[in-house]
Design a protein around this ligand. Structure first.
Ligand code: MF3
Ligand code: CO
Length: 254
């Protein structure tokens, strides 16, 4: 079942979104060679708690951390570790979900650790662009397939591939709600979106094959080439969309 959010629920999701994106920002400021992914996790955790919110990933189906830290060929769901130290030249996706008064915000960004290859820089840039391509023209009445088609087309135009077995999802009281939102597909197909739906659009773009394998929680590319991830929680409106995982004015927190 796909839920339609009330104005009151959307208000709470805006605050959750603000907390989520600021937690990622705090982590981003500390990304550098020599820091462990465990230290990054603590930064996000402490920030979320300081805002009176809850880290939704922690304990979710046994996931042991606040953020997912996915380096290079790890596409998503990397677990932060004390003995995993960032090295110059890596790229790392930080995926974070925070709940405020029971409502979730979910976002991800990919950061460069020091100086990275041109291919990795391009991968980060194209992945973000894929997200914004998906928003073009998106509004009530658009179809689910329009989103995936836009992401896939932009990724392939740049010689990259959009991951298939994982995708976006509805979000609200639960971190994962219906519908599943594929990051590839055909425009004009799939269900029609309605105003008040809140979904996560999250391109996971691989430099090589989109084929993955699971190694515990880690989802890795089969060819071990790098991948990037960019995600926001998005509200569908009658006349367009609103990104909910964005910073609110500082005096508008509570
Ligand atoms: N944003 C991620 C997702 O939607 C967060 C899940 S991590 C988990 O898949 F551990 F909580 F599953
Ligand atoms: Co998500």
């Amino acid at each position: 079942m796909i839920s339609i959010k009330s104005q009151k629920e959307i208000e709470l999701m805006r605050v959750a979104g603000d907390i989520t994106i600021r937690a990622i920002e705090e982590v981003g400021k500390n990304i550098r060679p020599g820091i462990s992914t465990k230290e990054l996790d603590k930064i996000a955790h402490d920030y979320i708690i300081s805002r009176g919110a809850k880290p939704s990933c922690l304990g979710y189906e046994g996931f042991p951390a606040t953020i997912c830290t996915s380096i290079d060929e790890v596409v998503v769901h990397g677990i932060p570790r004390e003995d995993e130290i960032l090295k110059e030249g890596q790229i790392i996706s930080i995926d974070c979900v925070a709940a405020y008064k029971g409502y979730n915000g979910d976002a991800a960004r990919t950061f460069a650790v020091g100086k990275v290859s041109e291919e990795k820089q391009k991968l980060i840039k194209v992945t973000e662009e894929c997200f914004y391509k998906a928003l073009e023209g998106l509004k009530e009445g658009s179809r689910l397939g329009d989103i995936g088609a836009a992401v896939q087309k932009h990724a392939e135009k740049h010689g990259f591939n959009s991951v298939r077995v994982m995708g976006g999802h509805g979000i609200g009281r639960h971190m994962h709600e219906d519908p599943f939102v594929p990051m590839y597909g055909t425009a004009g197909t799939g269900i029609k979106l309605k105003a008040g739906m809140t979904i996560c659009i999250e391109p996971m773009i691989a430099a090589g094959t989109y084929d993955l394998y699971l190694n515990g929680w880690d989802a890795r590319t089969r060819d071990a080439r790098p991948s990037a991830h960019y995600e926001n929680t998005v509200l569908i409106k009658e006349d367009g969309v609103e990104i909910l995982t964005k910073k609110l004015e500082a005096n508008n927190f509570e």
